[in-house]
Design a protein around this ligand. Sequence first.
Ligand SMILES: Nc1nc2c(c(=O)[nH]1)N[C@H]1C(S)=C(S)[C@@H](COP(=O)(O)O)O[C@H]1N2
Ligand SMILES: [Mo]
Length: 378
Amino acid sequence: MKLPVLRPVFRGGSHDARTATSIGRWLGPAFAVCFVTGLVSHVMQHPPGWLADSIPSRPVWGYRLTQGLHVASGTAAVPLLLAKLWAVYPRLFEWPPVRSVRHAVERASVAVLVAGAVFELTTGLLNIAQWYPWPFSFVPVHYAVAWLVIGALVLHVAVKAPVIRAHWTRRAPGTLALPPQDGPDRRSLLAGVGAAVGAVTLTTVGQSFTPLKDLVLFAPRHPDHGPQSLPVNRTAAAAGVGRIDAAHYRLVVAGPRTYTLTLEELRALPQHEVELPIACVEGWSKSARWTGVRVVDLLERAGAPAHARVRVVSLQPRGGYRVSEMGPRHARDPLTLLALRLNGGELDPDHGYPARLMAPDRPGVQQTKWVGRLEVLA
Ligand SMILES: Nc1nc2c(c(=O)[nH]1)N[C@H]1C(S)=C(S)[C@@H](COP(=O)(O)O)O[C@H]1N2
Ligand SMILES: [Mo]
C-alpha cells in the first residue's frame, strides 16, 4: 500500500519566484554593503602586517560613514530577510526533497546562507544592544560567518541567475514560470516590506547620521544622551577605573627618550582644538569639540622615529579595550590629540578623565580613555 504524503498546500500569490527575486534585489545589495563595510571595520581594527602602517587617517568621517552604513544596512536587512524567508519557505516542503546531486548541493548552500544570514543579523543586533547571551567572542565569529554567508550568497545568485535575469528583463512567461505582472498580493507585500525598511531605518539611522537624531526611537543610544552631550559605551565604573586623582596622575611617554608628565605639565603644553566624531563600532556616532596636546608633539619630544607605531595604554586595570595601537599616519596626524577637554569643559570621568586619545577616522573602540602611557614601538 502506498502511504499518502501529507504536505501543506500554499495558495498565496506571494510565494513565488518573482516575489523572491523582487526582495532579493534589495537584500543582495544590503548584504553586499554590510559585508564590504564590515571588512573595512575589520581591517581598521586588525590590520594585516603589510597594511598596518598605511591605514589612512582621512577623511575624518571615514569610519563614521562606513560603520554607520554597516549597521544601517544590517538593520534594513532584517525586514528584508524576514520577507524573503516568508516568500520562499514553502520550498522547505518541496517533494522529493532531493532530486539530484546538483539539487542537493544547491539546497545545502541555501541552508548555509539562511542559517548564516540569520546568525549574522541576530548577533549584530544583539551586539548593538551590548547583550552577549553566547559563549563565544562576538568579533571573530561574526567575521568568520560573514565569509560563509557571502560565499553562499554568491553561489546562490549564480544558481538563480536565469530567474533573476528573467525578472529584470521582464521576459514573457513560458521560458520561466514568472507571472507576467504583479498581482495585488505581491504589490501589498512589497509595499509593506518597503515601509518596514523605511521605518526601521528612519528610527535608527539618526544614531550616526545626526541630522535625523530627532527621529531616533529604537536605536540603543541617542547621540545627545550622555555626559557632556556625548554617549558613553563603557563608564569609568564599568571599566573599573576609580576617580583618578589629578595630583597623582602621570603620563609616561616611553620611547628613545622616555619622560613623564604631570597633569599640570600636560595642561601647560600647547593646546589644540579639533572637531572629531566618536564613531563606535556599534553604529552610533557623534561629533564633538576636543582640546588637548598633539600626540605628534609628545612623540617628537620622546625622540620617536617618523615611521614608529604607537601603543596607547589606559589606566583601566583590565578589559579588551584598555590598549590600542596606531600606525604612523594616525600618530602623526595634526588632528590626533591626547585630549584633556571636551566641548569646552574638563573631560567627564566617563569620557576618559584626565586624558584620552582622540584621532580622526578611527573606530571608537580605539579611542582609548584614561590614558596613562604612550609607547613608541620599535
Ligand atoms: N580604556 C578604554 N577606552 C575606551 C573604551 C573602553 O572600554 N576602555 N571604550 C571605547 C569605545 S567602545 C568607545 S565607542 C569610545 C566611547 O567614548 P565615549 O564614552 O567618550 O563616548 O571609547 C573607547 N575607549
Ligand atoms: Mo565603541
